[in-house]
Each structure stands twice: as structure tokens, then as C-alpha cells.
Ligand binder design. Sequence first.
Ligand code: NAD
Ligand code: TYD
Length: 343
Amino acid sequence: MDCRCILVTGGAGFIGCNFVRFLLETEPALEVVNLDVLTYAGNLASLGECLNSPRHHFVRGSITDAEQVRALLQQHRVDGVINFAAESHVDRSITGPLVFVETNVKGTLTLLAEARAANVRRFLQVSTDEVYGSLGATGSFTEQTPLSPNSPYSASKAGADHLVHAFHHTYGMDTIITRCSNNYGPYQFPEKLIPLMIRNARQDKPLPVYGDGMNVRDWLYVSDHCAAIWAAFRRGAAGEVYNIGGNNEKPNLEIVRLILRHLGKPESLITYVKDRPGHDRRYAIDSGKARRELGWQPAVTFEQGIASTIEWYVSNQAWLDQVTSGEYQAYYAKMYGNRDRAN
Ligand code: NAD
Ligand code: TYD
């Protein structure tokens, strides 16, 4: 599908800002409207030079605001919507689930309704493998795996996915859902595993590993996720779901040790803390359909990706200082100050 103007939501967040960069670099004729309300996780510093591009229009506002979304869709004659905007952190969803329903469910519904009313040609929902729930020691999620979300975050993302499906099934809207595994790379807020561990290790602070550290995630470098989303938007079939993953299953402890080795820090910084309530044990994703039907495959190995991510955080201390200057200290104290030490 060819488009002239895309509305990206949540484009000041981790994956969204990488995606805006990707579009501006790879699609020289495309206009990008970027709607982001700038929560703690959204930061204009993450958009850097994009803010000077005449093809990038940043608008501060919420996907829950129907009037603002309607005005934007009309003003820019948007022909495609890609929805990244979300509350995205599982731990925060455990202590405060309401905003997850407000943003992830109501926000997605508002966007869908306005996109439909404006005759937007295609709507892509950026979802997550967490909607499938947790796996045992073997197997992987396919697009046919029943949704069985366990955390308030994943439940709200599953709610959004159901609404996207309903808009396709009921109104014939052209929709796509992508479900990706854990991302890592530049501009990720340091509440998520990899940037949090890099930041703490550099400051010689304890590295808080939940439970026994043997929970498994499948990791994908963020630029590979961006390429997959764009491939799904351009070449995917209406109404379809595409799983996206890196075939990089790693226990958390292995990642934490790798980060310490890269930074030349001692393993004695590893601190086992009380487990996350309801902690999903293992995610693994079968992305065969995306590879076959979209012609997509990851370009960055885990070894390359983790090395360049660590390098990026080391070279971008100013960005880290800026994004942690707000509520981060209070969040960190609440999350990790109150956790019982397990050893
Ligand atoms: P993030 O938390 O870094 O960024 C979310 C962005 O959305 C922020 O810029 C925030 O300001 C914005 N936002 C929040 N509420 C909004 C609202 N009401 N209106 C407009 N903007 C709003 O998240 P991320 O890690 O970049 O994730 C982006 C999307 O990808 C999410 O939908 C998430 O569920 C999905 N996803 C993330 C991962 C991952 O590993 N990070 C993996 C798979 C899927
Ligand atoms: P996270 O980055 O929050 O992503 P998600 O929960 O969406 O997978 O966590 C990744 C894994 O790392 C998860 O198993 C929880 C674990 N984890 C820790 O052990 N310590 C931490 O401080 C954080 C943030 C996560």
C-alpha cells in the first residue's frame, strides 16, 4: 500500500521515535504526523533532528481525545494510522492499572472510530506477544495461539487487539495487528530490563533481578521491529495478524551478566529481589508468517545489537539525565526501595 501521509501515535516513545526516524530516512516522499501526549515515557529529546524535518509534524495530544484526532486526520489528509501510543510497562500496570485501560483500550477505540469516520485506508495496531500469556519450557506463540494475557498491561493490549479485530470484522475496516517480542536499542526508557541494568551497572548500583532470573524473553533489536511494522503496513493483508520476533530467547540472568561483562563490572552487583507478581515465565514467538508473507527478517544479531545498545547509552548520558530528571527517582524508590531482598 502506498501512502502520502501517515499518522504515527506515541512517536516520542522508545519504538515510536525509532520508527519516525526510520520513515523519514527510508521514505523520502512521506509526510509523518506524530501525535504524542508526552507522558513520563515520551520525550522530545528522543526525536532530535526529526523535529527540524519539514516532513515531520509533531503534535502534543492524546489518542483519547476524539476531537483532536478528528481535526488532525482532516487537516493532514492522513491515509494511514500506525498506533504505538500506549502505557507499556508491566510493573506500572500492576500498581496502577486504570490508565492502561484508558490509554490502551479507550485510546485505541477512539483512534479506530475516528480513522474509520475519516476513511483512513489502513490502520496498523502495534501489539505485543504478551497478549498470548506465558509458555512452559517448550513451544512458541503462533498467530493461532489463543489470547490469554496475565498482567493488566497485556490484558489492556489484548482488549485493544479485540477492538481492532472487531472493526475489521464488523465494519470491514482495513486493519493489521503486529505482535512483537521484547525490543531493545537506543532511546528505551530506563525502567525496562536492558537500559535499567546498563544505567545501574555504570553507576555501580545493585542490579535488581526478579525471582531466580531464569524468566525467558525473546529479544529483537528495535530497527528490525520498525522494518517489520513497515513491511506489514505496506505488504500485509487486511485483517491479518503478524507475529514478529528475533529467535533470541535468553534468560534474564544471561543478559544481565553480558551487560556486566561488556562494562567491565563485577557480578557481585547482581541482587536478587522479590519476584514481580504474576511474572510470565517464558515468551517465544514463531514469526514464520511474517518472514514468508512479508519478506521480512531481522538484520541485527543479538551480539551486534547489545554491543551497540550499550555503546549508545554510554555515549548518550545527556539523554539519560534528561529522561530521568522527572518522576523517575520517585518511581525507582517506590519500585526497588520497597522490594524485599530475596537473599
Ligand atoms: P513507550 O512507553 O516507550 O512509549 C509510549 C509512548 O506513547 C510515549 O511517548 C507516550 O508519551 C505515548 N503515549 C502514552 N499515552 C498516550 C496517549 N494517550 N496519547 C498519545 N500518546 C501517548 O513504549 P514503547 O516501548 O515504545 O512501545 C510502543 C508500542 O509498542 C506500545 O504499544 C507497546 O505495547 C508495543 N510493544 C512494545 C514492546 C517493547 O519491548 N517495548 C514490544 C512489543 C510491543
Ligand atoms: P521488562 O523489560 O519490564 O519487559 P516485559 O516485562 O514486558 O517482558 O522485563 C523483562 C524481563 O526482565 C522480565 O522477565 C522481568 C525482568 N526484570 C528484572 O528482572 N528486573 C528488573 O528490574 C526489570 C525492569 C525487569
